[in-house]
Ligand binder design. Structure first.
Ligand SMILES: NC(=O)c1ccc[n+]([C@@H]2O[C@H](COP(=O)([O-])OP(=O)(O)OC[C@H]3O[C@@H](n4cnc5c(N)ncnc54)[C@H](OP(=O)(O)O)[C@@H]3O)[C@@H](O)[C@H]2O)c1
Length: 332
């Protein structure tokens, strides 16, 4: 497995997103098959595993911690704090706001350490910037955790370029995690990719497979469970879905010509954007994981990268990536 750097952390060039095992995309995977997927990832050389307090909520960290305990010294576990969570609400309304207060930074770190069953969090991200707390205060509290040995490296998710600069001035930021894929190019347009490149910060694209859409496996909306989070997203509304499916068909055709799968082409395109980039495709099933890991070996020419990018150019994609409420929480 090739490696890349997120600040001072050395990680596999492609990580594993663990959210979908317990959260967002229909019923949770059963524990034994999720653990088998996590173990297969370790076997394949994946060393970066992504979870968060809010996934489940809480139970994804427990799962990831349990599965990775026998391999703890070989893996980098990334988790996140930063939402006000009301577990009593239905899953699509569970997030009651953001919480970047220093006391929450500390309390969630302690709870995550317990749930993960570890004495150090390798990479601790703020999940969404809190507009009511200066980033200097939040990152100051995160930096204290590094000094205390409870956290190794710091990250931000969906932060703006200006916030990344302010945070990095308080304590080095190892990684910024934002949505980035063939059908979501925001980090190219809002200066985040450029800022990370300039400051030597790693960039971790989340949902690099377009929440499964770019794999070609999703052919109809009625295959999604009634509580599947994608049902709330504009791109998965009936009026947009068919237009987007047409673009995915074009991607499938190009993948076939190259002898790879659409998921591999989508991941190879993201990986080709720079060696400071480490995508974390989500996969709860072993065949998906194996296919995605093999994308690290797919080499694309400059012409290939341009042609693939053109297939799903931003103007062609139907619908916004997030609902209005979720858009407001990003890019602060
Ligand atoms: N920071 C944030 O705010 C944020 C937001 C969203 C996600 N994330 C992180 O990013 C990770 C990845 O994002 P994501 O899970 O939203 O989306 P994704 O990686 O774009 O897509 C995941 C979906 O694609 C399916 N899939 C994966 N590989 C496949 C393949 N080769 N063929 C067919 N289907 C395949 C998965 O199915 P199976 O599960 O059935 O294998 C799953 O339904 C998450 O797990 C989470 O850790 C972070």
């Amino acid at each position: 497995m090739k490696t890349r750097k997120l600040g001072e952390l050395s990680v596999s060039a492609l990580g594993l997103g663990c959210m979908g095992m317990s959260h967002a995309y229909g019923p949770s995977a059963d524990e034994s098959s999720a653990i088998a997927t996590l173990h297969r990832a370790v076997e394949l050389g994946v060393t970066l595993f992504d979870t968060a307090e809010v996934y489940g909520p809480y139970k994804n960290e427990v799962l990831v911690g349990k599965a990775l305990r026998p391999h703890r010294d070989r893996v980098v576990i990334a988790t996140k704090f930063g939402f006000r969570i009301d577990p009593a609400r239905p899953s699509d309304q569970m997030i009651a706001g953001t919480d970047g207060r220093p006391e929450n930074v500390r309390a969630v770190a302690e709870a995550s350490l317990r749930r993960l069953g570890t004495d150090v969090i390798d990479l601790y991200y703020q999940h969404r910037v809190d507009p009511d707390v200066p980033i200097e205060d939040t990152v100051g509290a995160m930096a204290d955790l590094v000094r205390q040995g409870k956290v190794k490296a710091l990250g931000l998710s969906e932060a703006s370029a200006a916030t990344i600069r302010r945070a990095h001035a308080v304590h080095p930021i190892a990684a910024v995690q934002s949505e980035y894929s063939l059908w979501t190019r925001d980090p190219e347009e809002n200066g985040v990719l450029e800022t990370c490149r300039e400051l030597g910060i790693g960039f971790v694209p989340f949902s690099p497979l377009g929440r499964g859409m770019l794999t070609g496996a999703l052919k109809a909306l009625d295959g999604l469970a009634s509580d599947d989070f994608r049902r709330s997203l504009p791109r998965f509304q009936a009026e947009n879905f068919d237009a987007n499916l047409y673009l995915v068909r074009l991607l499938e055709r190009m993948a076939e010509e190259k002898g790879v799968t659409p998921a591999q082409l989508a991941l190879a395109w993201v990986l080709a954007q720079g060696d400071f980039i480490v995508p974390i495709p989500g996969a709860s099933k072993i065949p998906h994981l194996e296919q995605n890991v093999a994308a690290v070996e797919v080499t694309l020419s400059t012409q290939d990268v341009a042609a693939i990018g053109e297939l799903l150019a931003p103007a062609k994609v139907a619908g916004a990536r997030y609902s209005e409420k979720m858009t407001k929480m990003s890019g602060r």
